[in-house]
Design a protein around this ligand. Structure first.
Ligand code: SAM
Ligand code: CA
Length: 260
């Protein structure tokens, strides 16, 4: 079990034989992200069976570079990247938004899935981590699809909304930034995405903490953001402007289809 999974479950499962057989090399725990699945072995099975064999080379290289970055806990997991790629293609997205880029695993996944003339407006408060990912975007031949904007998410969304052409314009938005602002982001992004368009709010199961008692021993940042994630989940569940599905991929992604 990785430390992250121990924290996720609130208790340590006995190591299964299958897990021991997996060995150390290539284990997702080295990447630093978390899984809500019942065992590391099951997650490893998904990665090795259907994700890694299909992962485009630039994405794999970006993932490996990011694994050595001190904040690698923030990266999107490879199975979720694959899910995003499929989603973007399924809805024929052409114009998308991303809030929370880090080194760009979800961004590159989206960019690869968009058509040649597709565009992503990618926003983050820090440019420097995105810059680490740029060589991989260039190598993948998708850098021209990315319009990176550095700044506070709320400010950048407000700027977008000032141009009427942007209202109801975007096919897809992936939100993966500061969790205490998700509801503020929602009020703006719902106006930027078209009716019939899709928004994905990431980390809505928040390490599994949304369904555990408040005194469960999670890291400080998990405890801090938990009330905001709970509030978001409640609000999305009753929001008449959207249809939703909470998908337990990665750390949980709530998909919202705008209907009003
Ligand atoms: N989607 C990314 C990936 O696939 O690697 C991971 C994003 S990471 C979980 C969260 C990002 O949100 C960080 O890069 C951080 O700089 C950014 N962020 C945090 N607060 C922000 C804010 N107020 N406005 C914009 N970006 C913010
Ligand atoms: Ca995330």
């Amino acid at each position: 079990m990785s430390a992250a999974t121990e924290v996720t479950n609130g208790q340590q499962d006995p190591k299964s034989r299958q897990e021991e057989e997996v060995g150390k090399k290539g284990r997702h725990s080295t990447v630093g992200h978390k899984s809500l699945l019942q065992s590391d072995a099951l997650f490893q099975y998904i990665l090795e069976t259907s994700v890694y064999p299909r992962e485009p080379a630039p994405l794999q290289e970006l993932r490996e570079m990011t694994a050595n970055h001190p904040w690698n806990l923030m990266t999107t997991s490879a199975d979720e990247g694959q899910f995003l790629m499929l989603l973007v293609k399924l809805i024929n997205a052409k114009n998308t938004l991303e809030l929370g880029v880090y080194t760009g695993y979800s961004l590159l996944s989206t960019a690869l899935a968009l058509p040649e003339d597709g565009k992503i407006i990618a926003m983050d408060i820090h440019r420097q981590n995105y810059e680490l990912g740029v060589p991989f975007m260039k190598k993948a031949g998708v850098h021209h699809k990315i319009d990176f904007r550095e700044g506070q998410g709320l400010t950048l969304l407000e700027e977008l909304m000032q141009d009427e052409k942007n209202l109801g314009f975007f096919d897809f938005a992936f939100v993966d930034a500061d969790k205490d602002n998700y509801l503020n982001y929602h009020e703006r992004i719902i106006k930027l995405v078209k009716v019939g368009g899709l928004i994905g709010y990431d980390n809505t199961l928040w390490n599994g903490s949304v369904a555990t008692p408040d005194d469960t021993p999670y890291p400080k940042y998990v405890k801090f953001y938990k009330p905001f994630v709970l509030e978001l989940n409640k609000a999305l569940a009753i929001d008449p402007r959207i249809e939703i599905s909470m998908v337990p991929v990665g750390d949980g992604i709530t998909l919202c289809r705008r209907i009003q």
